[in-house]
Design a binder for this molecule. Sequence first.
Ligand code: 13P
Length: 253
Amino acid sequence: MRKQIAAANWKMNLSVSEAEILLDQLLASEHNLSANQEAIFAVPAIYIPLATQKLAGKNNVYVAAQNCHPKANGAYTGEISAPMFASVGVKHIVLGHSERREYFNESDAFLAEKTNAVLAIGSTPIFCCGEPLEIREAGTQNSFVEAQLKNSLFHLTADQITKVVIAYEPIWAIGTGKTASSEQAQEIHAYIRSVFATKYGQAIADQISILYGGSVKAANAKEIFSQPDVDGGLVGGASLIASEFAAIINALK
Ligand code: 13P
């Protein structure tokens, strides 16, 4: 059974004291994770030790990084490598978020290198894909997303691809309050799974968790997560409010 995941992406938000308060509030809230469910917190890198310490001993709860550099070490001022994250206990790294693709010019080829780096140390890439508004309006979102996946992931072996979590995040739904309808989410998630099935076979594709991201909140999480090919969410704004994110965790199937 593939994993159902509620992943928080705090992005570049919160002071350290605000981060501490949010983690304490989350710890105080009720959430029940079953064996196939995970809650993942992609916090700013500087707060990883704090979050790891706060969440220690919680079953199926992980602290993630929001990005990494593809090289293990070297003269890359300001960057943090996948092995460095692993050394402080991080097991998941978000890659290819549309904000990084757009503001930092991250290419498919560069993301392929990062994916290799994360898999090489036995961590899980949470690989983001998703189309801008003009592509959705043109109706070519499937081929757009398919190209992102092919260009960055299709060199992986079947065994490696089962270790990747996909996050489909339509750019027009990020931070806009505009969510894809559950039908739109299901349609493209099923398409993404079919892309992997064609390349790796249905049994492999069925093991890959595909998260939806884009204005997920407590009020819509259950409806979106109930779709058969939606295996949870990657949540920005609502993950900064403890009661919202606790409800989103509880909306996992
Ligand atoms: P919002 O939930 O704020 O729309 O952000 C989604 C996102 O980008 C998560 O990575």
